[in-house]
Design a protein around this ligand. Structure first.
Ligand SMILES: *Cc1c(COP(=O)(O)O)cnc(C)c1O
Length: 453
């Protein structure tokens, strides 16, 4: 069958249920632990921080399929199904016998896949009768997505934005404000933990871990509020399975069988969402695939981290999660521009990786931006730096096929566009971008502070 450049599914082919890969995993991810007692976190404990139904999803490792509420499907219809693109032009430019496909999630105003979970989380908050939600944002994509989702459901939205991004990305901030969100640079003096950090480190640029603590504290102290998170959690991977389900439907429809499936990995949500349904087939023995997670060499949680219980935030208020981690105090070097800076990794992805069901690769940011530039010039889309980690490895794999003559089918997740990342592109274009790879000593130092569980 002739494969078109873009495979667009019909509206009625949108998934009606999310897929929960935990149901098919023999070794389940380890339970979240209460940070005070080190006992498995209960539904009631989680419900104090998260919306009730989301807390239920967080703990649900039994149901393989969970219905997507009609209100969420109606919102998805505004920008989904997203296209599965055959990168004919890239294949030709590389001179590779490999067939390259990418699932493009950048076709919405937030510019990334994060809207898939933002709209679900806002829906459950509204359904519970809440007034608003709090969250953190690093680069700004999650905050933008959540602002859009909250304005759609008429919810208040308080975003703690890592200070350095707040200053470097004023346009992201304005998009959020346009959608009605309240944006505060973190650390701030609006929370106890923020005031403490400001006192200890007066000139600090802020970090994701600190912004999370501020957002959680505010949610716990504000009537009618809960906290929402854009990655890492099981519920987020569940919502993001819409990416993998659509990809699988499109592949099956055209008889495409991916050999290699590649995704960039920050907290693991797009990767987990893309691979989940395919992983399900692998776990059930129905098919086999090679899965590759791609992370930055400057923040290498899977390739150089430890699989252990750790704090999810600097303030140590969130439940403990067993995950591949660099330690909650780990900070990627300031010259790292490409996102994917979280110290830990989704519990589901961590367990799959630990079981040898998937691989991980770490890449240097200059090579990531080379791939980004090449992709932008050949395929037309200006990719987000995060997504470009996956592009890097997809190109590497395609070039291997050129050497061996193998006609592999490669599928990767193109998670978003990079229009708000032009400071990073500018550094690359000016030849001022450098790579920093943490030493073993630096990683050992931050791992020394893991909680004793
Ligand atoms: C947030 C983000 C990522 C990384 O987050 P995951 O949870 O690992 O998917 C990747 N790409 C883009 C465009 C993002 O905005």
């Amino acid at each position: 069958m002739e494969i078109p450049y873009k495979i667009y599914l019909e509206e009625n082919e949108l998934p009606r249920q999310w897929y929960n890969v935990r149901a098919d995993m023999k070794n389940k991810p380890a339970p979240l632990l209460n940070p005070a007692t080190h006992q498995p976190a209960t539904l009631d404990e989680l419900s104090a921080v998260f919306c009730r139904e989301l807390a239920e999803q967080e703990l649900n490792e039994k149901d393989a399929y969970i219905d997507i509420p009609q209100e969420i499907i109606d919102f998805y219809k505004m920008y989904r199904p997203s296209p599965l693109v055959r990168a004919y032009c890239l294949e030709k430019a590389l001179g590779t016998p490999a067939k390259i496909y990418y699932k493009f999630e950048g076709n919405n105003t937030s510019g990334s896949h994060k809207l898939n979970s933002a709209i679900a989380q806002a829906y459950y908050a509204k359904k519970q009768g809440l007034k608003g939600v709090t969250t953190e944002t690093g680069a700004g994509q999650w905050g933008t997505a959540l602002s859009m989702a909250c304005s759609y459901f008429d919810l208040e939205c308080k975003v703690y934005m890592v200070k350095v991004s707040y200053e470097q990305k004023p346009f992201r901030r304005e998009v959020m404000r346009t959608y009605g969100a309240n944006v505060t640079p973190s650390p701030s003096n609006t929370t106890e933990i923020g005031r403490k950090i400001l006192q200890e480190f007066p000139g600090t640029n802020g970090s994701l871990g600190c912004a999370i603590s501020e957002a959680v504290e505010t949610a716990l102290h504000t009537e009618g509020y809960r906290y929402v998170l854009g990655s890492v959690l099981n519920q987020v991977l569940l919502h993001q399975s819409v990416i993998g389900l659509e990809s699988m439907t499109a592949c099956d429809k055209y008889g495409i069988k991916p050999d290699v499936i590649i995704g960039c990995a920050g907290g693991g949500s797009n990767l987990g969402g893309l691979i989940s349904p395919f992983m399900g087939r692998k776990l059930r023995g129905e098919a086999d695939y090679q899965f590759i997670a791609v992370e930055p060499k400057s923040c290498p949680s899977l390739t150089r981290g430890k699989y252990a219980y750790d704090f999810c935030d600097t303030g140590k208020v969130c439940p403990l999660q067993k995950m591949y981690t660099l330690g909650s105090g780990f900070m990627p070097s300031p010259n790292h521009a490409g996102g994917l800076r979280y110290h830990g990794m989704s519990g589901i992805v961590s367990q799959l990786y630990d079981d040898g069901l998937m691989e991980a690769r770490a890449v240097e940011q200059t090579s990531v931006f080379e791939a980004a530039q090449q992709f932008a010039r050949i395929e037309g889309i200006l990719p987000a730096p995060e997504s470009s980690h996956a592009i890097r490895v997809a190109i590497d794999e395609a070039m291997k096929c050129k050497e061996t003559g193998e006609e592999k089918t490669i599928l990767f997740g193109l998670t978003g566009t990079g229009y708000f990342d032009m400071v990073a592109y500018q550094k690359f274009n000016d030849g001022e971008m450098s790579d920093y790879i943490p030493t073993d000593e630096e990683i050992a130092k931050s791992l020394a502070d893991l909680p004793q569980v």
